[in-house]
Design a protein around this ligand. Structure first.
Ligand code: NAD
Ligand code: DAU
Length: 362
């Protein structure tokens, strides 16, 4: 079993949830958390960790080969769980360069450092190491209404700079397995939601705008479909695959919750009407506003998760209603977290850049 795990991007949304999950579920493992603390990463996401003595935070860039080489040796790393990425589609449309750098060059840097340490220098037995690469359903492209869900063998067809850069990183990970025998596994997951998600993404953005009486910007007709998964379920699936999944294999992960965006927003508004009963902005649905669509907007994603279910016995625990209720409650209870995030990240500047030219009332 893994002893020393390098988590990249562990100060971001899913990475920080994964650090918390792993410290709580595995009593032995030590975690080295390498994160550059971009706008999307924050130490506020790592407050109150269970058993923090088993977690070491290192501020640094995954593209820094010397730093990565040093960490693999200093901490005798046997497992890498690689989350670090630029992750927001809208930012990739306005500035694709950083996506190429972090998602492609960064993944290459980690893969090659692992190859050198584990396969060339043989610092650990090859059957005791694993490189787990965290990826997305967006690499498969966009489904039409009646198309079957994405499976592990669906051909890649990425359509945004973000998904193209993630597809490239998946190809590199697979190439390192086939060419060098690096023990790689890959998961492709659908849309996550839950605590600590940066409020540029649909779910936290809608919660926070609604609480502040601001418009809820719906791109296009709001009928785009995503496959929503509560973040803790994703963390559990990743750990199952990293520890029990076949080397060289890919596993799809999804929540089996596939409502159109408009329904997600309505659900959030209805939960807020209940939980924030004194809100002056009730009913929150009145804040919805249709704005100019995202260029190249993928219409529909859906994941076929039969492989991970049958091989590893994994299934999501939360439905969209139970997970969304927990999520909205978490944001209501963590105004202090939000204040810290706002201070660090130029969220206001991003809102201006992304929404000021989309039409509708600001
Ligand atoms: P996020 O944007 O919240 O966090 C990314 C983290 O990576 C941040 O902490 C950031 O500081 C760090 N980072 C960025 N560039 C770095 C660099 N060069 N070096 C070191 N650290 C760097 O992202 P997220 O939503 O938590 O996604 C994590 C991973 O999961 C990504 O690889 C993403 O593609 C994948 N994924 C996300 C979702 C989702 O719904 N959010 C779904 C499927 C897969
Ligand atoms: O599918 C997995 C992917 O899910 C991950 O790989 C990405 O890292 C993650 O960001 C997410 O991508 P999406 O583009 O699907 O997520 P986002 O929250 O940005 O948007 C969800 C849907 O909501 C999408 O159809 C666009 C729409 N949307 C989004 C925003 C921010 C709106 O209608 N209005 C908005 O203001």
């Amino acid at each position: 079993m893994p002893k020393n795990v390098l988590v990249t991007g562990g100060a971001g949304f899913i990475g920080s949830n994964f650090v918390r999950y792993l410290l709580a579920h595995d009593q032995q493992v030590k975690i080295i958390n390498l994160d550059a603390l971009t706008y999307a990463g924050s130490l506020a996401n790592l407050a109150d960790l269970p058993d923090p003595a088993r977690h070491t935070f290192v501020k640094g860039d995954i593209c820094d080969r010397a730093l990565v080489d040093g960490l693999l040796r200093e901490h005798n790393i046997d497992t890498i769980v690689h989350f670090a990425a630029e992750s927001h589609v809208d930012r990739s449309i306005l500035g694709p360069g950083q996506f190429v750098q972090t998602n492609i060059v960064g993944t290459f840097t980690l893969l090659d450092a692992a190859r050198q340490a584990w396969l060339v220098e043989k610092l650990l037995p090859v059957d005791q190491v694993r490189f787990h690469h965290v990826s997305t359903d967006e690499v498969f492209g966009s489904l039409e209404k009646d198309d079957p869900a994405f499976s592990e063998t669906t051909p890649y067809s990425p359509r945004s700079p973000y998904s193209a850069s993630k597809a490239a990183s998946d190809h590199l990970a697979r190439a390192y397995y086939h060419t060098y025998g690096l023990p790689v596994s890959i998961t492709n997951c659908s849309n996550n939601y839950g605590p600590y998600q940066f409020p540029e993404k649909l779910v936290p953005l809608m919660i926070l705008n609604a609480l502040n009486g601001k418009p809820l910007p719906i791109y296009g007709d709001g009928q785009q479909v995503r496959d929503w998964l509560y973040v803790e379920d994703h963390c559990d699936a990743i750990w199952q695959v990293a520890t029990r999944g076949e080397v060289g294999e890919t596993y799809n992960i999804g929540g089996g919750n596939q409502p159109p965006n408009l329904e997600v927003v309505d659900t959030i508004c209805d939960i807020l009407d209940e939980l924030a009963a004194n809100s002056p902005h009730k009913p929150h649905r009145q804040l919805k506003q249709y704005v100019t669509d995202r260029p190249g907007h993928d219409r529909r994603y859906a994941m076929d998760i039969r492989k991970i279910e049958s091989e590893l016995g994994w299934q999501p625990r939360q439905t969209l209603s139970t997970g969304m209720l927990k999520t909205v409650q978490w944001y209501l209870d963590h105004a202090d977290w939000l204040a810290e995030i706002r201070q660090d990240s130029d969220l206001t500047g991003w809102m201006e850049r992304n929404y000021s030219n989309r039409g509708g009332e600001k």
